[in-house]
Design a protein. Structure first.
Length: 87
């Protein structure tokens, strides 16, 4: 019978984590602050919407959202709201 050894993940000391955060570039800290202070999710019930898009379009959307510090889902929701306003 084959025996498999499981290794536990290395525990990270809190000091290591604090040091890592302190060494972050200023741009990184600004983005994290913007994301952390994003408005809470809407109280309205959500429904999943799945579409297929070409790889190149997905790449462009994802790149622009990353550069803006936005989530793809939030940007696409805003586009849909503009295209289909409440009557």
């Amino acid at each position: 019978m084959k025996k498999v050894a499981f290794k536990l993940p290395r525990k990270t000391a809190e000091a290591d984590v604090d040091q890592w955060v302190q060494n972050a570039r200023p741009d990184d800290r600004e983005v994290r602050t913007e994301i952390a202070s994003a408005p809470p999710s809407p109280a309205e019930e959500m429904k999943r919407f799945t579409i297929d898009v070409p790889v190149e379009l997905h790449r462009r959307i994802k790149t622009q959202c990353a550069m803006r510090g936005s989530k793809m889902a939030d940007v696409i929701r805003e586009l849909l709201e503009r295209e289909f306003p409440k009557a």
